[in-house]
Design a protein around this ligand. Structure first.
Ligand SMILES: [Zn+2]
Length: 141
């Protein structure tokens, strides 16, 4: 009976304590609001998420973007650079879109990126390459 009362009390107390986010430590690393000790070293020991070889992956994005920039230049129609140039495939004249060429281009570097620990899919890889080539403009800047 007495134990139940105590449990209820500590739960109530616990609920109150939970409301405190304990964000600001005093000089003794105790919460300035509720006095609970804040273990600041816990943050230092947190393992970093495994994102793979970031530097290597960024290098690959850069490499692919440069290759794509060249492919786009080479694929532009000399008469109208906004269009892909006409090429003869079989006995037909066709325009291969830049995107089609990017898709072919990014397959080998995507495999390399995977080997370096890249977690995204091929589609995202293409987006990263395109974003790298033409960074989105911020209208506020
Ligand atoms: Zn607190």
């Amino acid at each position: 009976m007495g134990m139940n009362t105590q449990t209820t009390r500590s739960i109530r107390k616990g609920n109150l304590m939970d409301k405190c986010l304990c964000l600001i430590p005093d000089e003794n690393d105790n919460c300035i609001d509720c006095g609970k000790h804040i273990d600041l070293s816990a943050f230092d020991n947190e393992p970093l998420p495994d994102l793979g070889d970031i530097v290597g992956i960024c290098g690959l994005i850069d490499k692919t973007a440069k290759m794509y920039a060249k492919v786009k230049r080479d694929n532009a129609d000399p008469k109208d650079p906004s269009l892909p140039r006409l090429r003869i495939v079989g006995n037909r004249m066709i325009r291969l879109s830049h995107k089609t060429l990017l898709f072919e281009l990014m397959q080998p570097t995507f495999k390399e990126a995977k080997a370096l620990g890249y977690k995204g899919n091929l589609e995202r890889w293409g987006e990263l390459v395109e974003e790298h080539l033409s960074p989105p403009t911020n209208p506020q800047l």
